[in-house]
Design a protein around this ligand. Structure first.
Ligand code: C2O
Length: 339
């Protein structure tokens, strides 16, 4: 089995959401750019970025992130570091805009084993770009700790300035407690306490009791010329339901967050995914991931903060340490939520 690779010259318009054809391809052929292989940041000279709990950020940090994000939003579309291009990267890989090298199958990063590593790469480059725009090598994204009772509301940060997105469901603004298993209907009976209890039980199931193998937690294999959908536990929930929970019920597809092709327009997207990434890290401390070379040797491409087109393999992102970032430690209340 060949490792899966992205055919860079294959980008084409694709279905964004049912009934909507979208073109989120890069404006010029990426093959015109020289390709460099990913190199790990030098551990001796690269500070560790610490991703912090989004409900407990201080004003200095918020000011930095605000500045970095405004600069990113002001860059022209021709610049791959620009916010619109970042949004489009996610669109390309959720719609299957690229084909696999040597096959007519699309490359998709949802509902299969590419989910965690691909989103880790995406955030990694996104974070480095933000940091470089303000000349801060320690800049790190926040994480929305929705698995912790203190994090079960939309973090206040995302109600303001560049962090706001008007295409959300305002009835889900704080103090509404998130429903980690949201199914498009708000529970009528649960009190906030009851909702928190349900959330913790779901987390226990999706992190512990129902997530004992790599396939259960990370999702099914996705190899060259094969196409199968079966998401891992955390992707199924809370990841998917929270996209829906945040998007506007008045817009088709509950955009922005509810429709993957535009989800990354909402700045909360990045904090939502950094929490998923954090949970993957926790799970990996006690479980073995995939060691299939078809997985580890699969590769894709991102532009880094210096505008280089980088080829990166899935095996490159198995350890956060090597990527020089980690998460602030918080109490994982679901560990004790065994029914
Ligand atoms: Cu690629 Cu939360 O989606």
């Amino acid at each position: 089995i060949q490792p899966l690779a992205v055919n860079l010259s294959s980008c084409h318009p694709a279905i964004g959401r049912p009934g909507k054809l979208v073109n989120c391809c890069p404006p010029r052929n990426m093959l015109d750019d020289p390709i460099s292989d990913f190199e790990f940041p030098d551990p001796d000279t690269t500070p560790i970025r610490v991703r912090r709990f989004a409900h407990r950020l201080d004003d200095d940090y918020i000011a930095k992130y605000e500045k970095a994000l405004s600069i990113m939003k002001s860059l022209p579309h021709s610049d791959p570091r620009s916010f619109t291009r970042q949004v489009e990267i996610h669109c390309q890989y959720c719609t299957g805009s690229f084909l696999q090298q040597g096959s007519d199958f699309p490359v998709r990063v949802h509902r299969n084993w590419l989910f965690f590593p691909w989103h880790r790469m995406f955030l990694y480059f996104h974070e480095r770009i933000l940091g470089s725009l303000i000349g801060d090598e320690t800049f790190a994204l926040p994480f929305w700790g929705w698995d912790s009772p203190d994090g079960m509301t939309l973090p206040e940060l995302y109600l303001n300035g560049s962090f706001n997105d008007h295409r959300r469901d305002p009835s889900h603004y704080p103090p509404t407690v998130v429903d980690l298993n949201f199914k498009k209907l708000d529970p009528t009976r649960s009190t906030p306490e009851e909702q928190i209890r349900l959330n913790l039980a779901l987390m226990y199931n999706h992190m512990v009791s129902g997530a004992k193998t790599a396939e259960l937690f990370l999702g099914c294999p996705y190899k060259t010329g094969e196409y199968e959908e079966c998401p891992g536990t955390i992707e199924r929930a809370p990841h998917n339901p929270l996209h829906t929970w945040l998007g506007s019920p008045d817009i088709d597809g509950r955009e922005d967050m509810g429709a993957f092709y535009v989800a990354a327009r909402d700045p909360i997207f990045y904090a939502h995914h950094s929490n998923g990434d954090r949970l993957w890290g926790l799970w990996s401390e006690t479980h073995k991931g995939f060691d299939d070379p078809a997985f580890l040797n699969s590769y894709t491409y991102f532009y880094d903060e210096t505008l280089r087109l980088v080829r990166i393999r899935f095996s490159d992102v198995m350890e956060m340490d090597k990527l020089r970032y980690r998460y602030e430690e918080i109490e994982n209340a679901w560990v004790a939520a065994r029914p």
